[in-house]
Design a protein. Structure first.
Length: 568
RNA sequence: GCGCCUGUAGCUCAGUUGGAUAGAGCAACGGACUUCUAAUCCGUAGGCCGCAGGUUCGAAUCCUGCCAGGCGCACCA
């Protein structure tokens, strides 16, 4: 509908512009006005046109309306304010959407995945396999999961992937920590170095490994062999724990991609070789880092990637002093691998602490694809965990962090998920444990779920009264004439458009703000209008409306990964 | 010092990518349950949209400069 209206207006505008060949392209864009007195759609086209044609915008609006040929559904138009064209649609026509919603059910708003759909690789969470997930990871997990739902709802082929950083120094530290604990469990006196992971779960892993093999067997192994074995076992144990954390939020992945396997496959070295062949790398030294203590800095010659040619601030090292590949090199190889696997699009969801990393990865991928591809990166800002308004220090090192699972156990998965989804990813936010627990009844998620349960209650009531639901096509929706009813209808009609905007901009939180507004309007309608009454036709029409609201709330909550209960 | 993100009601946040009178929830105050669920609704109060310029018909939104907070800044991941 929106497109049809835009097209009609565009034709009229083009006719006006015929006589001014030098005029720039003026593109018609419709918006939905905030106030319903301003109609169902509004066009601001006369204002920019006034600038081009040097004429009064209100007069121009009139000229446009004289020539435009509207689709049948348009009931009338107004010129308002400085020159807005407000368009009103026929109400009977709008309310027909209720029937569509009920016939399509959970598919309302959904676009089927076609054979030509884009394949999207959505990488998220990717928490290091060195400990359980904390709240910040949880935010990324929820945002990623909902975005995946949103994109597949809009017809994209979404592949969810978790990149396991199971290589490098941190795994050595993990293995060392577990080994120390194993020795401690044998009765040896141990001192944990500053660098070791102190968490309780390390002891659990140590215990589990000791049940698997005798201590003496492990002790007899050569050092590197032992550390490799403990490292691999510890990563597996932590990944099992992380999968459990994800499962408590009902989040699953299509693929867990191992960095270690990537190294083993030779793809990282292959990439470095390729870059050398292409001449985009050189040996050089980087200037010392600014703004932090540099006493341990010593200039060293490294293999550097010319990312500055593609928008980066400085060139970035691909190999460490000892010649092994940097994390950066592996990450480029990982993204190249995604492209080789046939993905048309890559979306990465990272924590804000990786912010400095975005430009260099995008630059690298641009360099490797002749500027044709680069990943979209969503930086999820930090979650400040507080208790009674006081910050809770979170550090894996210190072992003082609050795990995601603790929070989910305390507050509930639905509440956590919805809470994370009501904010833009760019906004850092405070999550107060005490508040989340105490105010759980005031949480927006219950507000929305309650609206859903309320419709279910109405339907139960109707059934009790012996009311038989009319066939959807037979319901006379013209009875829905009150302001509240028309607002609801318009909002239900806008659901697919909202999904479009949200999917285009990778902003899944819009689904949450939408469904909160829908619930609010329904609660308002509920208090002013009784659904089940003696008026048979009106009852049928309102039941249809209520069912449609219920369906759309359920669909929106499904995108967010939140349940829609029939009773509360 | 440099880069990225943020600054909107007392608090937590929206604001459809430049539109019409800036909106919700919590907190405060006053009302509404013999009715389909009061986990709700209605009303009142609360705003130099961080500050100062600029761009234009029009700015919370765009550009510049400040101020404040968060994150990051070779050889970790």
């Amino acid at each position: 509908m929106k497109q049809a209206l835009e097209q009609a207006l565009q034709c009229a505008v083009d006719i006006l512009l015929q006589d001014t060949p030098n005029a720039k392209n003026v593109v018609v864009q419709l918006t939905r006005p905030k106030m319903k007195e301003h109609g169902d759609y509004a066009a601001n086209i006369a204002m920019p046109l006034a600038g081009v044609l040097k004429q009064n915008p209100r007069q121009l609006a009139e000229k446009i309306l004289q020539t435009v040929q509207w689709p049948e559904a348009v009931e009338g138009t107004d010129i308002a304010g400085p020159g807005f064209i407000n368009i009103r649609l026929q109400k009977a026509c709008e309310a027909e959407v209720l029937k569509k919603i009920l016939l399509q059910g959970e598919d309302y708003g959904r676009i089927a995945v076609s054979g030509t759909a884009d394949n999207v690789c959505l990488e998220f969470v990717s928490a290091n396999p060195t400990g359980p997930m904390h709240v910040g990871h949880g935010r990324g997990a929820v945002v990623g999961d909902a975005l995946g739902n949103l994109l597949s709802t809009r017809g994209l082929n979404v592949h969810r992937e978790y990149y396991i950083n199971d290589a490098g120094a941190q795994i050595a530290v993990l293995a060392e920590s577990v080994w120390l604990r194993m020795q401690g469990l044998q009765g040896d006196s141990i001192t944990l170095p500053e660098s070791a992971y102190p968490g309780e779960y390390i002891i659990d892993i140590a215990k589990a490994l000791l049940e698997q093999r005798d201590f003496s067997d492990i002790s007899d192994m050569a050092d590197d062999q032992r550390m490799a074995w403990i490292g691999a076992q510890s990563v597996a144990a932590n990944m099992a724990m992380i999968r459990g954390d994800l499962a408590c939020m009902d989040i699953t992945f299509d693929h867990f991609f191992s960095e270690k396997a990537l190294h083993k496959s030779g793809k990282v070295q292959g990439l470095i070789q390729r870059l050398q062949d292409e001449g985009t790398v050189y040996r050089g030294t980087l200037p010392p880092p600014k703004g932090k203590a540099v006493e341990d800095y010593h200039a060293v010659e490294q293999l550097l990637f010319r990312t500055t040619d593609f928008g980066d601030d400085v060139d970035r090292p691909l190999a460490k002093q000892d010649g092994t590949a940097t994390y950066f090199a592996a990450d480029i190889a990982y993204h190249v691998d995604k492209l080789e696997r046939g993905f048309d699009r890559m979306i990465d969801i990272w924590g804000a602490d990786h912010g400095g990393y975005v430009t260099r990865v995008q630059a690298a991928i641009k360099a490797l694809t002749q500027r044709e591809a680069q990943p979209d990166v969503l930086l999820v800002q930090m979650v400040n965990l507080t208790r009674d308004g006081k910050p809770v220090r979170m550090s894996k090192r210190a072992g003082t962090f609050v795990t995601l699972r603790e929070v989910v156990d305390e507050v509930g998965a639905d509440a956590v998920r919805f809470n994370f989804m009501t904010r833009r990813v760019e906004s850092q936010f405070d999550f107060d444990l005490q508040e989340a627990k105490e105010k759980s009844n005031e949480n927006p998620v219950y507000y929305v779920q309650y609206a859903h349960a309320r419709v279910a209650a109405i339907l139960r009531k109707a059934e009790q009264e012996g009311i038989v639901l009319q066939a959807v096509d037979d319901v006379d929706v013209s009875h829905l004439s009150s302001a509240e009813e028309q607002t609801l209808v318009a909002q239900l009609l806008a659901y697919p458009e909202m999904l479009d905007v949200a999917a285009d901009r990778l902003e899944a939180y819009r689904v949450a703000t939408y469904v909160m507004k829908l619930a609010a309007n329904f609660h308002g309608f509920y208090h002013k209008n009784r659904v089940v009454t003696d008026d048979v036709a009106l009852t049928q029409a309102r039941l249809l409306l209520a069912r449609a609201v219920k369906q759309v709330i359920a669909n929106a909550l499904a995108v967010l990964g939140v349940s829609a209960p029939d009773r509360m």
